[in-house]
Design a protein around this ligand. Structure first.
Ligand SMILES: Cc1cc2nc3c(=O)[nH]c(=O)nc-3n(C[C@H](O)[C@H](O)[C@H](O)COP(=O)(O)O)c2cc1C
Length: 209
C-alpha cells in the first residue's frame, strides 16, 4: 500500500518553502522521467531543468504569478520537438543498435515504420502526438517525486509563448507544453490540508464482461 500512501500524501502544491531538493533527489526524478514509457520508445521530448532564482521568477511571471514556481527548488519544463525529422529517427535507430549490440540493418523495417507513421505526419499532428508522450512522463515524474516525499505541482497554467522566449526554445527546435515544479511545501499552504476530491470508483471504472 505504500504507493497509495505516497499518492494520498502528494498534492498540487501552491507554495513551496524555497528549500532545495538534493542532487540525488533531483536525479531520481529525472531518471524516472527517462524510464517512462513512450510510443515506439521515441521519447519525443526534452526536459529543461531550471534552478536559477532569476529564471524561476521570470517563469513565475509568465505563469500568471503562481507562487509555487518562484518558491520552488527546481522547475522542469517539458518540451516537444517542433518537427520529428528523419535524422531524429536515425539517431534513435543507431542508439538501439548500439545499446543492444545489433547491426542497424536489423532495424530497417522498424525504421521504415517510424518514418511512415511519425515523420510523415503534418508537424501540428506530430506535436500533439509528442505532447501526449510528454504527459506520460509527467505522470511518472509525479509518482517518483511523491515516492521520495518531494512536493510537486504539475502545471499548464502558463503562457507557453513567453516560456519559449525565456528559454530560447524555438532556436533549439522545441516548444514548451507542460511543467513540473519541485520543492518542499510551505507549511502555510492551506491546500496541503484539503481533503482529496476524487470520483467514486463506480463512476470511474466499469468492469466489462
Ligand atoms: C496537466 C495539469 C495541469 C495543471 N495545471 C495547474 C496549474 O497551472 N496550477 C495549479 O495550481 N495546479 C495545476 N494543476 C493541478 C491540479 O489542479 C490538481 O492536480 C487537481 O486539482 C487535483 O488535486 P491534487 O493533485 O492536489 O490531488 C494541474 C494538473 C495537471 C495534471
Amino acid at each position: 500500500m505504500s504507493l497509495i500512501n505516497d499518492l494520498n500524501w502528494r498534492y498540487a502544491a501552491k507554495k513551496m518553502n524555497g528549500k532545495s531538493i538534493s542532487d540525488e533527489q533531483l536525479n531520481m526524478v529525472l531518471t524516472a522521467i527517462n524510464l517512462s514509457a513512450s510510443s515506439y520508445g521515441l521519447q519525443p521530448y526534452k526536459v529543461m531543468v531550471v534552478s536559477k532564482p532569476e529564471t524561476k521568477l521570470k517563469l513565475q511571471e509568465a505563469a500568471f504569478g503562481q507562487l509555487q514556481v518562484g518558491s520552488s527548488s527546481h522547475v522542469l519544463i517539458l518540451t516537444v520537438p517542433l518537427k520529428m525529422t528523419e535524422e531524429y529517427i536515425q539517431n534513435y535507430i543507431s542508439l538501439i543498435a548500439e545499446e543492444r549490440a545489433i547491426p542497424t540493418g536489423f532495424l530497417d523495417e522498424f525504421k521504415k515504420t517510424l518514418e511512415t507513421t511519425i515523420v510523415a505526419l503534418p508537424t501540428d499532428v506530430q506535436q500533439i502526438w509528442a505532447t501526449k508522450q510528454a504527459y506520460i512522463s509527467l505522470g511518472t515524474a509525479l509518482i517518483a517525486a511523491a515516492n521520495q516525499k518531494i512536493d510537486a505541482c504539475p502545471m499548464e497554467g502558463f503562457d507557453a509563448a513567453k516560456f519559449d522566449e525565456i528559454l530560447n526554445l524555438t532556436e533549439k527546435g522545441f516548444k514548451s507544453v507542460v511543467m513540473l515544479v519541485l520543492g518542499f511545501r510551505d507549511e502555510k499552504d492551506t491546500y496541503a490540508n484539503f481533503k482529496k476530491v476524487r470520483k467514486a470508483k463506480e463512476d470511474l471504472f466499469e468492469m466489462v464482461n
